[in-house]
Design a protein around this ligand. Structure first.
Ligand SMILES: [Zn+2]
Length: 74
């Protein structure tokens, strides 16, 4: 449902309006999160930690695939 949400380019307010910001009347556009956000980085570490402590109940091959994905292996 991300496409329903718009963000004012003027004041930065989030709105469901497609035309203009209800707060300041400025133009709105669909907000796109940055490709690499800090949250993604932390999530990666959380997953790595869970994998290494065995908190994530996955099979060995799944674990290897996740590790390869996360660490950007060949
Ligand atoms: Zn605004």
């Amino acid at each position: 449902m991300r496409s329903l949400l718009r963000r004012c380019t003027k004041c930065g307010a989030y709105t469901l309006s497609k035309e203009k910001c209800p707060r300041c009347g400025g133009p709105v556009k669909v907000p796109h999160p940055p490709k690499y956000s800090p949250e993604d980085k932390y999530q990666r570490y959380r997953i790595l930690q869970k994998l290494s402590t065995g908190a994530l109940p996955v099979r060995e091959e799944t674990k290897e695939r996740i590790l390869k994905d996360l660490l950007g292996g060949p």
